[in-house]
Write a protein that binds this ligand. Structure first.
Ligand SMILES: NC(=O)c1ccc[n+]([C@@H]2O[C@H](COP(=O)([O-])OP(=O)(O)OC[C@H]3O[C@@H](n4cnc5c(N)ncnc54)[C@H](O)[C@@H]3O)[C@@H](O)[C@H]2O)c1
Length: 438
């Protein structure tokens, strides 16, 4: 069993460290955020991720998982140092590299033995070389031998533990095939396909994968908008398309568009990488534009249905960028709420996990304790995130609470016909209006 240090205890780092410890390795999770590490030492999770708390508790109890803010302590006798720090967008749309650079520097300064550095953060192509350069160039310091391996992570928030434990593939890239093989050995117990390639190609696979998934969603949203103007039903269109084995059914749900901590910044960073090298990423640009417009379309729909937003009360169900996470980074719900507030509406909302984070971002947002409180005196309801608990609400009860009757089903989870029969004015995304059904 290996001794591993995982740097960064966010969605990727904490899940990676915990899962490796559950596979029997000796893992130290390291973060510069002292509060976060103190909480973890007390058994308090800094993020919501299904199944994670139990797995952390079990492995801490078994003595395989520890937490620290000290690089000297975290790297002691470590064979592998995984970098899993954040890479948000910078002002130019490029990936912000300061956390990765800081982590590389800290590794370099505290390195006293041979090590393999594994980059799990999503980083611009060429970063593996940059990490090596940073460590080699540290003033007055001759580092022990080390190798850099790129190991992009493909887990999804909301099912991160399962995704880590059963990946579709593990991608590894390095200029040192022996180092890549040693990292591959760590994953062997998962019995998933392992692909070993060069450093830059591994880094590119991550961006290309996220950009492709975002493209599928923007594609189906464009089709949804065309369906709306032609009276076709995008849900059935997607079902019919998905039966084609060349296409497949995943990522063909029309709605309010993609968000979260990965797709927006990764598509933008890929476009930026292309632009600075003189390429014209036209498709990526269109994918981002469609996504942005999708939020505006939903707000316009609401405005038209109500005959104006000024002075109206809108209830919003769901705030996180997708179900089963508390992550609100680039969440469609928050963009929509900002637009609604800017057009003079009052917004009251509920989310099972993401209320505090949303309130921090939008102080004017009014929080409610459940969907029925959200409906109270609302002129319209807008479903932004398809949490399971929103799928079967008591709409008769909701009807008695609301002042108006407009429903925007931003994720197409409800039966428009049923809601129409209950007296609601229902709008889906790319689906025919219920009253227009023959
Ligand atoms: N969140 C996802 O679903 C997901 C999926 C795949 C890949 N990724 C990629 O993985 C990386 C991490 O994403 P995340 O969502 O886990 O980030 P996050 O923001 O949740 O967590 C990052 C953590 O790194 C810590 N950190 C920053 N600088 C540090 C340093 N120098 N030393 C030690 N710790 C440091 C921060 O304090 C924070 O706790 C990103 O590059 C992201 O694009 C994320």
């Amino acid at each position: 069993m290996a001794k591993i240090c995982v740097i960064g205890t966010g969605y990727v780092g904490l899940v990676t460290g915990t899962c490796f410890s559950d596979m029997g390795h000796d893992v130290t999770c390291l973060d510069i955020d002292e509060t976060r590490i103190e909480q973890l030492k007390q058994g308090i999770m800094p993020i919501y991720e299904p199944g994670l708390q139990q797995l952390v508790d079990q492995n801490v109890e078994a003595g395989r998982l520890t937490f620290t803010t000290s690089y000297a302590e975290g790297l002691q006798n470590t064979e592998f140092a995984f970098i899993a720090v954040g890479t948000p967008s910078d002002a130019d749309g490029d990936a912000e590299m300061k956390y990765v650079k800081m982590a590389a520097e800290s590794i370099g300064r505290n390195l006293s033995h041979e090590i393999i550095i594994v980059n799990k953060s999503t980083v611009p192509v060429g970063t593996g070389d940059l990490v090596a350069e940073i460590i080699n160039d540290l003033n007055g310091h001759q580092p022990p031998p080390f190798s850099v391996v790129s190991n992009p992570e493909f887990l999804r928030e909301g099912s991160a533990v399962n995704d880590f434990m059963s990946p579709d593939r593990v991608v590894l890239g390095s200029t040192n095939p022996e180092a890549a093989k040693k990292v591959a050995d760590l994953y062997e117990a998962l019995r998933s396909p392992i692909m070993i390639t060069d450093l830059r190609t591994a880094e590119m696979i991550k961006y290309a994968s996220n950009a492709f998934l975002a493209t599928r969603i923007s594609f189906i949203n464009e089709i949804a908008n065309i369906c709306e103007s032609l009276g076709a039903d995008v849900r059935e269109v997607a079902r019919g398309m998905g039966m084609d084995k060349r296409i497949g059914p995943a990522f063909l749900d029309a709605g309010l568009g993609w968000g979260g901590s990965c797709f927006p910044k990764d598509v933008q960073a890929l476009a930026h990488m292309a632009e600075v090298r003189g390429a014209h990423p036209q498709l990526l640009q269109a994918v981002m534009d469609i996504n942005c417009n999708q939020r505006i379309r939903a707000v316009n729909k609401l405005e038209n249905a109500l005959g104006g937003l000024d002075g109206r009360t809108i209830g919003v169900l769901g705030l996180s960028f997708k179900p089963n996470t508390d992550d609100t980074r680039d969440a469609p719900a928050l963009d929509i709420i900002r637009l609604l507030l800017a057009r003079g509406a009052t917004v009251q909302a509920f989310d099972p996990q993401a209320m505090q984070a949303s309130k921090r971002e939008i102080p004017d947002l009014q929080l409610r304790q459940n969907p029925y409180e959200v409906a109270q005196d609302a002129d319209a309801l807008l479903l932004a995130t398809e949490w399971n608990e929103f799928k079967s609400l008591d709409f008769e009860r909701i009807k008695t609470k609301m002042r108006g009757n407009v429903i925007i089903d931003g994720r197409n989870i409800w039966d428009g016909g049923d809601l129409h029969d209950l007296g609601f004015d229902y709008y889906g995304m790319g689906v025919p209006r219920p009253d227009s059904k023959k």
